[in-house]
Design a binder for this molecule. Structure first.
Ligand SMILES: Nc1ncnc2c1ncn2[C@@H]1O[C@H](COP(=O)(O)O)[C@@H](O)[C@H]1O
Ligand SMILES: O=P(O)(O)OP(=O)(O)O
Length: 170
Protein backbone atom coordinates (compact mmCIF):
# COMPACT_ATOMS: atom_id res chain seq x y z
CA UNK A 1 0.00 0.00 0.00
CA UNK A 2 1.20 3.50 -0.83
CA UNK A 3 1.08 4.99 2.67
CA UNK A 4 2.55 8.33 1.59
CA UNK A 5 -0.49 8.90 -0.60
CA UNK A 6 -2.64 8.70 2.54
CA UNK A 7 -0.55 11.23 4.51
CA UNK A 8 -1.35 14.86 3.69
CA UNK A 9 1.37 17.51 3.56
CA UNK A 10 0.42 20.93 4.90
CA UNK A 11 3.07 23.65 4.45
CA UNK A 12 3.70 26.28 7.13
CA UNK A 13 1.74 24.61 9.94
CA UNK A 14 1.80 25.27 12.87
CA UNK A 15 4.28 27.98 11.90
CA UNK A 16 6.16 29.15 8.80
CA UNK A 17 8.82 26.75 7.54
CA UNK A 18 7.29 23.56 9.00
CA UNK A 19 5.94 21.00 6.54
CA UNK A 20 3.27 19.31 8.63
CA UNK A 21 2.72 15.59 7.94
CA UNK A 22 -1.00 15.19 8.62
CA UNK A 23 -2.07 11.66 9.59
CA UNK A 24 -5.81 12.47 9.84
CA UNK A 25 -6.17 11.52 6.18
CA UNK A 26 -4.61 8.13 6.94
CA UNK A 27 -6.89 7.62 9.95
CA UNK A 28 -10.06 8.28 7.94
CA UNK A 29 -9.15 5.61 5.38
CA UNK A 30 -10.47 2.32 6.80
CA UNK A 31 -8.21 0.13 4.68
CA UNK A 32 -5.17 2.31 5.39
CA UNK A 33 -5.84 2.32 9.12
CA UNK A 34 -6.16 -1.44 9.26
CA UNK A 35 -3.08 -1.92 7.10
CA UNK A 36 -0.86 0.38 9.15
CA UNK A 37 -2.07 -1.05 12.47
CA UNK A 38 -1.33 -4.61 11.35
CA UNK A 39 2.06 -3.60 9.90
CA UNK A 40 3.02 -1.72 13.08
CA UNK A 41 2.12 -4.75 15.21
CA UNK A 42 4.04 -7.10 12.93
CA UNK A 43 7.19 -4.94 13.21
CA UNK A 44 6.94 -4.48 17.00
CA UNK A 45 5.74 -7.89 18.20
CA UNK A 46 9.23 -9.29 18.79
CA UNK A 47 9.96 -6.48 21.27
CA UNK A 48 7.40 -8.09 23.61
CA UNK A 49 6.33 -4.94 25.46
CA UNK A 50 4.13 -5.26 28.54
CA UNK A 51 3.14 -1.62 28.12
CA UNK A 52 2.95 0.83 25.24
CA UNK A 53 3.54 4.44 26.27
CA UNK A 54 2.08 7.00 23.84
CA UNK A 55 2.56 10.75 23.79
CA UNK A 56 -0.29 13.28 23.57
CA UNK A 57 -2.14 13.38 21.38
CA UNK A 58 -1.42 11.59 18.14
CA UNK A 59 0.69 9.04 20.03
CA UNK A 60 -2.50 8.02 21.87
CA UNK A 61 -4.13 6.89 18.64
CA UNK A 62 -1.36 4.68 17.30
CA UNK A 63 -0.17 3.63 20.76
CA UNK A 64 -3.62 2.37 21.74
CA UNK A 65 -4.10 0.50 18.48
CA UNK A 66 -0.71 -1.12 18.89
CA UNK A 67 -1.24 -2.00 22.56
CA UNK A 68 -4.51 -3.71 21.63
CA UNK A 69 -2.86 -5.70 18.85
CA UNK A 70 0.09 -6.76 21.06
CA UNK A 71 -1.98 -7.56 24.15
CA UNK A 72 -0.15 -4.86 26.11
CA UNK A 73 -1.42 -2.09 28.38
CA UNK A 74 -1.48 1.51 27.21
CA UNK A 75 -0.15 4.42 29.24
CA UNK A 76 -0.64 8.07 28.20
CA UNK A 77 2.12 10.65 28.55
CA UNK A 78 0.32 14.00 28.60
CA UNK A 79 1.03 17.68 28.31
CA UNK A 80 1.44 19.61 31.57
CA UNK A 81 -1.54 19.75 33.93
CA UNK A 82 -3.76 17.15 32.21
CA UNK A 83 -3.23 14.09 34.40
CA UNK A 84 -5.21 14.03 37.66
CA UNK A 85 -2.85 11.98 39.86
CA UNK A 86 0.68 12.61 41.12
CA UNK A 87 3.05 12.94 38.15
CA UNK A 88 6.66 12.94 37.10
CA UNK A 89 7.37 15.85 34.71
CA UNK A 90 10.00 16.66 32.12
CA UNK A 91 10.59 19.70 29.89
CA UNK A 92 11.62 19.12 26.29
CA UNK A 93 12.30 20.94 22.99
CA UNK A 94 10.08 20.45 19.92
CA UNK A 95 10.85 21.01 16.24
CA UNK A 96 8.59 24.03 16.73
CA UNK A 97 8.75 25.14 20.34
CA UNK A 98 9.11 23.91 23.90
CA UNK A 99 6.77 21.87 26.10
CA UNK A 100 6.43 19.71 29.20
CA UNK A 101 5.36 16.07 29.41
CA UNK A 102 3.98 14.20 32.41
CA UNK A 103 3.28 10.60 33.41
CA UNK A 104 1.42 9.26 36.42
CA UNK A 105 3.89 8.21 39.09
CA UNK A 106 2.02 4.94 39.68
CA UNK A 107 1.42 4.10 35.99
CA UNK A 108 4.43 1.80 35.65
CA UNK A 109 6.39 -0.43 37.97
CA UNK A 110 10.16 -0.69 37.80
CA UNK A 111 11.40 -3.43 35.42
CA UNK A 112 8.27 -3.32 33.22
CA UNK A 113 9.01 -3.76 29.51
CA UNK A 114 7.98 -0.53 27.78
CA UNK A 115 7.66 0.45 24.10
CA UNK A 116 7.37 4.19 23.36
CA UNK A 117 5.08 5.14 20.45
CA UNK A 118 4.34 8.41 18.67
CA UNK A 119 2.97 9.32 15.26
CA UNK A 120 6.19 10.95 14.10
CA UNK A 121 9.82 11.49 15.03
CA UNK A 122 11.36 14.81 14.00
CA UNK A 123 14.27 16.00 16.18
CA UNK A 124 13.68 13.20 18.69
CA UNK A 125 13.14 15.65 21.57
CA UNK A 126 9.70 14.32 22.49
CA UNK A 127 10.78 10.68 22.37
CA UNK A 128 13.99 11.35 24.32
CA UNK A 129 12.07 13.20 27.05
CA UNK A 130 9.60 10.33 27.30
CA UNK A 131 12.43 7.80 27.47
CA UNK A 132 13.98 9.81 30.33
CA UNK A 133 10.70 9.54 32.25
CA UNK A 134 10.50 5.79 31.64
CA UNK A 135 14.10 5.16 32.64
CA UNK A 136 13.72 7.33 35.76
CA UNK A 137 10.90 5.04 36.87
CA UNK A 138 13.26 2.09 36.39
CA UNK A 139 11.50 0.45 33.45
CA UNK A 140 13.16 -1.54 30.71
CA UNK A 141 12.86 0.47 27.49
CA UNK A 142 12.49 -2.17 24.75
CA UNK A 143 12.19 0.20 21.78
CA UNK A 144 10.52 3.06 19.95
CA UNK A 145 7.82 2.89 17.29
CA UNK A 146 6.83 5.72 14.93
CA UNK A 147 4.53 5.81 11.96
CA UNK A 148 6.60 8.56 10.30
CA UNK A 149 10.31 9.40 10.49
CA UNK A 150 11.71 12.70 9.19
CA UNK A 151 15.15 11.40 8.32
CA UNK A 152 16.76 14.77 7.53
CA UNK A 153 16.41 15.79 11.17
CA UNK A 154 18.32 12.68 12.32
CA UNK A 155 16.19 12.36 15.45
CA UNK A 156 17.08 8.67 15.89
CA UNK A 157 20.69 9.66 16.63
CA UNK A 158 19.45 11.34 19.82
CA UNK A 159 17.60 8.28 21.12
CA UNK A 160 18.91 5.59 23.48
CA UNK A 161 20.43 2.50 21.89
CA UNK A 162 17.31 0.30 21.53
CA UNK A 163 15.41 -0.81 18.39
CA UNK A 164 13.75 2.10 16.55
CA UNK A 165 10.93 1.18 14.16
CA UNK A 166 9.41 3.59 11.65
CA UNK A 167 6.97 2.71 8.89
CA UNK A 168 7.17 5.70 6.52
CA UNK A 169 10.33 7.72 5.94
CA UNK A 170 10.66 11.20 4.40
N1 LIG B 1 6.61 18.05 10.56
C1 LIG B 1 5.76 17.55 11.47
N2 LIG B 1 4.54 17.11 11.10
C2 LIG B 1 3.66 16.60 12.02
N3 LIG B 1 3.96 16.49 13.32
C3 LIG B 1 5.16 16.92 13.73
C4 LIG B 1 6.12 17.46 12.84
N4 LIG B 1 7.23 17.78 13.53
C5 LIG B 1 7.00 17.44 14.78
N5 LIG B 1 5.76 16.92 14.94
C6 LIG B 1 5.15 16.46 16.19
O1 LIG B 1 6.10 16.72 17.20
C7 LIG B 1 6.55 15.51 17.80
C8 LIG B 1 7.90 15.08 17.32
O2 LIG B 1 8.81 16.14 17.31
P1 LIG B 1 10.31 15.94 17.86
O3 LIG B 1 11.07 17.09 17.25
O4 LIG B 1 10.81 14.60 17.39
O5 LIG B 1 10.23 16.04 19.34
C9 LIG B 1 5.57 14.44 17.42
O6 LIG B 1 4.69 14.25 18.51
C10 LIG B 1 4.86 14.98 16.20
O7 LIG B 1 3.48 14.72 16.32
O1 LIG C 1 -0.65 17.70 18.02
P1 LIG C 1 -0.30 16.83 19.19
O2 LIG C 1 -1.27 16.95 20.31
O3 LIG C 1 -0.08 15.41 18.79
O4 LIG C 1 1.06 17.40 19.82
P2 LIG C 1 2.49 17.67 19.22
O5 LIG C 1 2.36 18.52 17.99
O6 LIG C 1 3.21 18.34 20.34
O7 LIG C 1 3.07 16.34 18.90
Amino acid sequence: MDLKSLIRDIPDFPKPGILFRDITTLLRDAEGLRYITDLFAEKCVDLRPEFVVGMESRGFIFGSLLAYKLGAGFIPVRKKGKLPGAVYSIEYALEYGKDCLEIHQDALQADSRVLIVDDLIATGGTATATADLIVKIGCELVGFGFIIELQDLQGRKNLPDVPIISLVQY
